[in-house]
Design a protein around this ligand. Structure first.
Ligand SMILES: NC(=O)c1ccc[n+]([C@@H]2O[C@H](COP(=O)([O-])OP(=O)(O)OC[C@H]3O[C@@H](n4cnc5c(N)ncnc54)[C@H](OP(=O)(O)O)[C@@H]3O)[C@@H](O)[C@H]2O)c1
Length: 209
């Protein structure tokens, strides 16, 4: 059975998945790279990186996925819809290697990239988008790739089977926050945590059946 999963989604202690304002120069706003330094230090990120707890979690990001769904603000800086040359942050061979569905209120024609990634642009509810992505995933799992708005919306709609979030010991104070409106999420998800020597805490949320 195809599952819907979130992996390596980094948040601050106060629950923000990015800072503000987002721009071409600062994709994570005032958060800079602070939410992802734990990941840059892993073997998952590069051959010189460390193995260990952070790497063991990070490696799950690539395993068993046939499609990704992401939000418009992960795909590009504000206004990318007005730039016909914008093809995402990741160059001609993005790291998804599957059909990738970008939720946006201003969809356009798909972009076929190298390495198996095709960006499709969808104006659809989370449930509708998941149906389309599942079909494209050919029986494999669907990753909800972020940002916080999209992760929150899919959690709120009860569409996520398993989520891995990484709590980074910084306080951002502002930005895009994942937990808002998700009161009593622990009633529907079993929440476990693992503290890493790096200082981050890995949270897993597994939907109770
Ligand atoms: N912390 C992490 O691990 C992590 C991971 C991934 C990304 N990020 C960062 O998170 C930030 C983006 O997060 P975010 O919360 O601002 O935005 P987001 O979740 O990427 O995108 C939200 C936007 O997507 C569009 N959208 C969402 N649902 C839709 C629907 N059902 N139908 C149509 N359009 C829909 C809307 O944009 P429009 O109305 O403009 O079309 C909405 O404003 C970026 O800075 C990114 O780099 C962080």
């Amino acid at each position: 059975m195809s599952r819907t999963r979130v992996h390596n989604f980094a948040i601050s202690l106060d629950g923000f998945g990015s800072g503000e304002p987002q721009s071409l120069e600062a994709p994570f706003g005032h958060a800079g790279q602070r939410l992802h330094e734990w990941m840059f230090a892993t073997r998952f990120w590069g051959p010189d990186g460390a193995t260990g707890v952070d790497d063991a979690f990070a490696q799950q990001h690539g395993a068993g996925f046939g499609a990704e769904i992401m939000g418009a603000h992960k795909f590009g800086p504000p206004g990318w819809q007005d730039d016909p040359a914008w093809r995402g942050w990741w160059g001609e061979d993005p790291p998804f290697h599957t059909p990738t569905f970008v939720l946006t209120h201003r969809p356009h024609e798909p972009l076929e990239m190298e390495g198996g990634t095709t960006f499709h642009f969808l104006d659809a509810s989370p449930a509708e988008a998941l149906e389309v992505a599942r079909e494209a995933a050919g029986g494999l799992d669907v990753r909800i790739g972020g940002g916080a708005t999209v992760v929150r919306d899919f959690l709120a709609a009860g569409l996520v089977d398993h989520a891995h979030l990484v709590v980074v010991p910084v306080v951002l104070g502002r930005g895009s926050r994942v937990w808002d409106g998700l009161e009593a999420l622990e009633d529907t998800y079993a929440v476990e945590s693992v503290a890493s020597p790096s200082g981050v805490t890995h949270l897993t949320l597994t939907r109770r059946s």
